[in-house]
Design a protein around this ligand. Structure first.
Ligand code: FE
Length: 218
């Protein structure tokens, strides 16, 4: 009887020790608590996935962001260009350029289905005024992103390197031009705006550039 009691007491004692050990192991508090908090907030929830595009676009600008500077359309726009995001075709003169980015509001919210209409000179500074080479429009995707395959435009008399564009959001069209860093003619071009400078990476092939179009909507 006594030995059964001892065994029972021993078992009870062991259970207590085990319980204490378990409690101790589970509670090395601050770090695990912090970890579990982080995990909870970064869990791949539907809401997180839905806001990923917003995050990406927000990284492209800091709210409130200044809206793009509207500049003259110039004389070479042709109506009814094709829907085409790949303007660079075989035989077109110029250094290949892939330009990417977002169309966002002044609060850096991405804008899906914004219409971006680009037109430009080729690498020799010549526009195709009889056809639609280096002319085309595209819509931003659901994350507000665009991708333009083109060439770096050349110089023509009186103008530095530039790409013309119109961006249309909710029926309102903003017309302006993009410019390139490090071009000496920027300084003497009366239309040039530092706020419309593409960020360029010439170490890649093709050369890559980024630009975020901020339109004047909240
Ligand atoms: Fe032009």
């Amino acid at each position: 009887m006594m030995s059964r009691m001892r065994i029972a007491l021993l078992a009870l004692a062991l259970t207590f020790v085990a319980a204490c050990a378990g409690t101790t192991a589970a509670s090395p508090s601050p770090t695990p608590l912090a970890t579990s908090t982080t995990t909870a907030s970064s869990a791949p929830t539907a809401a997180a996935a839905a806001t990923q595009a917003t995050t990406n676009a927000a990284l492209a600008c800091t709210a409130p962001a200044a809206p793009l500077v509207e500049l003259t359309e110039g004389p070479y726009y042709k109506a009814n260009p094709p829907q085409n995001a790949t303007l660079r075709t075989a035989g077109v003169a110029g250094t290949p350029l892939t330009l990417t980015g977002y169309v966002v509001s002044t609060s850096c919210q991405p804008i899906a289905n914004a219409k971006l209409d680009f037109w430009q000179a080729d690498g020799n500074g010549s526009y195709d005024n009889s056809g639609y080479t280096l002319r085309g429009w595209q819509l931003t995707d659901q994350s507000g992103a665009y991708r333009l395959e083109t060439v770096i435009p050349g110089l023509y008399p009186g103008r530095t390197e530039h790409i013309h564009f119109k961006v249309t959001v909710s029926g309102k069209t903003y017309t302006s031009q993009l410019f390139f860093p490090g071009v000496s003619q920027n300084a003497s071009d009366s239309i040039y705006s530092t706020q419309m400078l593409v960020t360029l990476n010439t170490a890649t092939s093709p050369v890559t550039g980024t630009f975020t179009f901020v339109v004047n909507v909240a």
